[in-house]
Design a protein around this ligand. Structure first.
Ligand SMILES: NC(=O)c1ccc[n+]([C@@H]2O[C@H](COP(=O)([O-])OP(=O)(O)OC[C@H]3O[C@@H](n4cnc5c(N)ncnc54)[C@H](O)[C@@H]3O)[C@@H](O)[C@H]2O)c1
Length: 432
């Protein structure tokens, strides 16, 4: 059995997760090189896979300046560093496991897909939710025809108020101009999931949404710019008090790690390093006085082929967790991604059936409801041309689904209804 060799470009949260999961499948994958500027992260990957020093690089530029050294590249740098490494890796003939969003603009996304096609390399995009037992099961039930032909979908991405504050008010994705709009940064998964479940081309989109709440006019009178400056009138009750979220909550390694990026000397930041982050970075800002501009709620209405309709809502004002309701000619399916069952009401017997969501081995699952593990598992078949699954989102389909998101953003900005056939053709794609 062939073992696929990999290089990892960007060993942050995502890159180190893929490194760890590939390390659990030594009969399938071998990580042979890593490019990552943060020493501790680079060294953890090197240590896990016994990578010699000469195969450890500080940057994607250095590793991709060398001749091709592996079967595929994992590109898991931040959003603004996907396009250039992806284009260079394609030029070198690497297959790629590429983090979403594919790139920051519709044109860049299209360029990557067209370059991959021209070069004949495979690019699998990390739409990890497709591989989670939850969404896989929903898809399987639809393919089995349990609710007949789908007529309509309501899908909700409940981001969670604190998650919104961390990632989209204070954190990496606070600015649509610096990264991508919310529909791409977060909800490219959801647009992709809806299209994948329906398995039909999307024909029209319309969208509304704005940044309504995390704005300066909602700051309590007298609130300091940084929570830790003290004197905030709602210090005790504010759910976004950064001292409580980042400093006091020692168990939140996600938040503590993210806020101390570039400050902490190791992957386990000290209290002093967290405090420095809260004094000097955006993670210490009052959520009403941050430098954010991405929406905190948005709806997208979509019309698919055969007149199927879908409505998607993302918003920050909840505990978090996706849910979906799908309406078919023979019944209705309702499911909450964090739940343990899918409910199916069938018209014929007028009964509600409860279908448990398949569970996975918790020791290997983690991350995106099992999706991280699932994509690595299916990656092997995808690379070896033996793919029998129904989850893989290769670059062509992923980019088309990104383009639907860009079209929806255009519709939101201009208050238009965007025709997807026309939008696709602007970028050299046929909507089929
Ligand atoms: N599929 C998903 O569900 C999912 C979830 C979270 C994040 N993401 C995406 O994954 C990507 C990475 O996110 P993350 O949370 O791991 O971010 P991260 O900041 O933890 O990791 C990015 C890494 O890239 C490194 N880097 C910076 N400059 C570099 C260079 N020149 N060469 C090589 N590496 C460099 C950084 O030091 C960092 O370690 C983002 O695009 C993000 O949107 C996807």
């Amino acid at each position: 059995m062939k073992i696929y060799s990999a290089i990892i470009i960007g060993a942050g949260n995502r890159g180190s997760k893929y490194s760890e999961l590939m390390g659990k499948c030594p009969d399938k994958f071998k990580v042979v090189a890593v490019a990552e500027p943060v020493k501790g992260r680079r060294e953890s990957v090197a240590q896990l896979h016994n990578i010699p020093n000469e195969m450890c690089f500080n940057s994607w530029v250095d590793i991709l300046n060398k001749p091709k050294m592996a079967d595929f590249a994992v590109i898991s740098t931040l959003d603004d560093m996907h396009y250039e490494p992806a284009m260079k890796a394609i030029e070198l003939g690497y297959n790629i496991l590429l983090e979403k969003p594919v790139a920051q603009t519709a044109q860049e996304c299209a360029d990557i897909a067209l370059a991959a096609k021209a070069k004949g390399v495979k690019v699998l995009v990390c739409h990890v939710l497709r591989y989670s037992p939850f969404f896989k099961q929903v898809k399987q039930l639809l393919m089995d025809g349990i609710i007949g032909a789908v007529m309509s979908v309501v899908h909700v991405e409940a981001v969670g108020n604190v998650h919104q504050s961390h990632s989209y008010v204070r954190g990496n994705w606070h600015s649509a101009a610096e990264t991508t709009p919310m529909l791409l940064a977060k909800s490219c998964h959801d647009i992709d999931i809806i299209q994948w479940l329906l398995d039909k081309p999307c024909k029209k989109v319309q969208s509304f949404g704005r940044l309504s709440y995390f704005r300066s006019e909602n700051a309590p009178k007298g609130a300091p710019i940084r929570c830790i400056d003290g004197g905030c009138p709602i210090e005790e009750t504010c759910p976004y008090n950064c001292k409580k979220l980042y400093y006091d909550d020692k168990k939140n390694t996600w938040f503590r790690g993210a806020c101390t990026k570039g400050i902490a000397k190791t992957d386990i930041p000290t209290d002093d390093e967290v405090m420095t982050a809260l004094q000097t970075t955006d993670y210490g800002l009052c959520v009403y006085q941050a430098n954010n501009d991405v929406v905190d709620h948005q709806v997208v209405n979509m019309e698919f082929a055969d007149g199927i309709t879908a409505s998607f809502t993302m918003n920050a004002f909840n505990q978090g967790g996706r849910y979906i309701r799908i309406f078919g000619t023979k019944g209705e399916l309702t499911a909450y991604a964090r739940g343990s069952e899918i409910l199916v009401y069938t018209f014929e017997d007028r009964k509600q059936h409860t279908i448990p969501i398949a569970s996975m081995d918790e020791s290997i699952v983690s991350g995106h409801g099992g999706g991280d593990y699932g994509i690595v598992k299916e990656l092997y078949e995808y690379l070896s041309d033996t793919y029998t699954g129904f989850c893989a989102a290769d670059i062509d389909i992923s980019v088309k689904n990104h383009l639907i998101g860009f079209a929806a953003e255009k519709a939101r900005a201009l208050s238009t209804v965007e025709d997807i056939d026309a939008f696709f053709s602007e970028y050299g794609f046929v909507n089929e």
